[in-house]
Design a binder for this molecule. Structure first.
Ligand SMILES: [Zn+2]
Length: 329
């Protein structure tokens, strides 16, 4: 049973908006595109294991799946790609979408990646990462007065074409690293290993509740990190067909693209959402006119009214609160 569904983090929504709205000559453009690329690959990889999660063996007692759970640990947080709570143990899945050839080297706490003859890339050993997750999870359980649970871990490689090689500690890689199709078989082995008495149902229920309660969204923004200023942001309503950077005009109640000739009634919603993601949830009429490229304030008021956007203040000091637009992403 899925107890917590996966959702796209706010940071990724902001990075996507940055890709749409920041000029490619921005000095950090390539840096944030790289981050977005890594994050999109992660999301794609995590989604691709859903099919295999549905094939997990039937168990006597239900088990609970949590995607992207982010829990407090000391004065920071830790996030688990996928956590499965069985009746008497946890399973941490560290989901990785890697291309090329991977060289596992647990002895030296590293993973090396080779893609089409490019120089080797070095990553932290994912087995160690998953062990740390188990350690933090048990530490969290202690702080919440739960008993410690056995914690199993698996590194799930979601790209079927990735080649794996082992440089050290072959037993480790053999035990913990799998490709997605092997998930069900491996879980079966783990269930047999943990065939002891299941935990009290009430305790499990309490634990599920506590895990959901303690989950904390990551609201960190990449904007300060990449030094993005409001002046770097391209204004206007963008054509959804011709992105990037085809600004549309509002003609007879619809947005028209002069390039592809497309007509879109609601394209301003995406533009206003980008404004919230990149600049602020609050916007004045003067700024709305500049940003949307509409002179006529009556048109703007009508558009906002249709979106149920509230305002505070009167006349020139009137400020609209666009934040409800974010709940629909
Ligand atoms: Zn277009």
């Amino acid at each position: 049973m899925i107890k917590k569904a996966r959702c796209v983090p706010l940071r990724v929504h902001i990075l996507r908006a940055m890709k749409r709205r920041i000029r490619p000559n921005h000095e950090k453009y390539q840096d944030f595109l790289n981050e977005l690329g890594r994050k999109e690959a992660g999301i794609y990889g995590e989604q691709s294991i859903d099919y295999y999660l549905k094939l997990l063996p039937e168990t006597e007692r239900p088990y609970y799946i949590f995607h992207g759970l982010r829990l407090p640990f000391r004065d920071t947080f830790f996030q688990i790609d996928t956590l499965i709570l069985f009746s008497n143990f946890f399973l941490v899945l560290e989901v990785k979408y890697f291309k090329g050839t991977l060289y596992f080297d647990p002895k030296n706490y590293q993973l090396l990646q080779e893609v089409e003859g490019n120089p080797l890339k070095v990553y932290q050993d994912p087995i160690l990462q998953a062990s740390n997750q188990c350690f933090k999870l048990n530490s969290w359980l202690r702080t919440k007065q739960f008993p410690e649970f056995p914690c199993e871990k698996l590194i799930v490689l979601t790209n079927p074409k990735v080649i794996t090689k082992v440089l050290s500690s072959p037993g480790e890689a053999d035990r913990y690293v799998i490709k997605s199709p092997a998930l069900s078989t491996k879980v079966n082995t783990l269930l047999k290993r943990h065939s002891s008495e299941p935990l009290d149902k009430k305790l499990i229920k309490k634990l599920v509740k506590q895990l959901l309660k303690e989950h904390t969204l990551d609201n960190s923004s990449p904007i300060p990190q990449y030094g993005v200023l409001p002046a770097d942001i391209i204004t206007g309503v963008l054509c959804p067909n011709c992105i990037p950077n085809e600004i549309m005009k509002r003609i007879h109640g619809a947005w028209e693209c002069s390039k592809c000739r497309g007509k879109f009634e609601d394209a301003h919603i995406a533009a206003l959402r980008d404004y919230v993601l990149l600049i602020s949830p609050f916007i004045t009429m003067r700024e709305l006119r500049r940003y949307l490229g509409i002179e006529n304030r009556v048109t703007i008021i009508r558009l906002l009214k249709n979106l149920n956007i509230d305002f505070v203040g009167e006349k020139k000091s009137r400020t609209y609160n666009l934040s409800p637009l974010l709940t629909k992403i």
